[in-house]
Design a protein around this ligand. Structure first.
Ligand code: 2NE
Length: 270
């Protein structure tokens, strides 16, 4: 595939090919662990994906064949969070989770190796996960002094069930791609050399579907878990669709024309 660079960054690659945007964590020397700057860059790329009309699906992955992402970079973990070049400790990967969750387009984790710790949470938060057969999954938080009691726990439990989610977090063991698939947190496992080809194939199938229908399914599935924030996202899209109707235009037109609106002419569906 001839991926073209959308924007240059320090810690990530951000590319485009036929409707697909690909965000690749590019820190192989630390197994694609993220530092605050990595997350700032991924958030910026996600925002671009959201705004660009020609981006239909987003792929998240890591450089090389060793790791998708090994979580927070332990070299910069300080008191209060991961310390950026500005000296400020942060846990800004949570802002990235929110971006993935509210992205009105599918985000697919293309897991090419270890998805560990915060890297495991990243794939959990994505809409779909396609993994290579060498991928390994697991949480390490309670072993290394961390945890994600947000999407990394609650959404994980929706995938694998409460007992398994507790096992994954309490024991901090690793699981093979096949085990992860059997648990329900991975959609498909393929040989490493077929990983990108299969992921692009899935993207192409999704892109043949109605973007609005896919968007509303994502909103509905999220809303079930996300409470008021999820309802807000879904309500926003309902408003978007209402704005596409003549009925909404009539209200605005009447205001601008300084007359009473006539809503009687619009159908009242059963
Ligand atoms: C990923 C894993 C299991 C791989 O093990 P192995 O034995 O195959 O490789 P190795 O030698 O451990 O790692 C290769 C190189 O990558 C670095 C290592 O230090 C090593 O560097 P060199 O010695 O060759 O120079 N590396 C790997 N992971 C790193 C990391 N996270 N930070 C900095 N350097 C890293 C094994 O490496 C592993 O278990 N890694 C640590 C996974 C981990 O505990 N991550 C943090 C969890 S907490 C978190 O991410 C988090 C959260 O829980 C909640 C919110 C936000 C973040």
């Amino acid at each position: 595939f001839s991926w073209e660079t959308i924007k240059e960054y320090q810690d990530i690659k951000f590319e485009f090919f036929e409707g697909i945007a690909k965000i690749t964590i590019n820190r192989p020397e630390v197994y694609n662990a993220f530092r605050p700057e990595t997350n700032i860059e991924m958030i910026d790329a996600m925002d671009i994906c959201r705004e660009r009309q020609d981006v239909r699906v987003v792929i998240m992955t890591g450089t090389g064949d060793k790791a998708f992402c090994s979580g927070g970079d332990q070299n910069v973990k300080g008191k209060g969070g991961y310390v950026g070049e500005d000296g400020v400790p942060r846990l800004n990967v949570l802002d990235l989770h929110k971006r993935i969750r509210s992205m009105p387009k599918p985000v697919i984790a293309m897991v090419n190796g270890y998805a560990i710790g915060g890297g495991h949470v990243l794939h959990v938060v994505c809409d779909l996960t396609i993994a290579s057969d060498n991928a390994r999954f697991g949480q390490t938080g309670p072993k290394v002094g961390s945890f994600d009691a947000g999407f990394g726990s609650s959404y994980l439990a929706r995938h694998v069930g409460q007992k398994k989610a507790r096992e994954i977090w309490f024991l901090c063991q690793q699981y093979t791609a096949k085990e992860a698939e059997e648990m329900g947190m991975v959609n498909k496992v393929v040989p490493l050399e077929q990983l990108e080809e299969t992921t692009v194939e899935w993207c192409r199938i999704i892109m043949m579907r109605s973007p609005m229908a896919v968007r509303m399914i994502k909103r509905g599935l999220n809303a079930e878990l996300d409470g008021q924030a999820g309802i807000m996202e879904m309500a926003g899209d309902a408003t978007l669709m209402f704005y596409l109707m003549e009925e909404a235009q009539e209200g605005k037109n009447a205001f601008l024309e300084k007359r009473d609106p006539d809503f009687n002419k619009y159908p009242k569906f059963p």
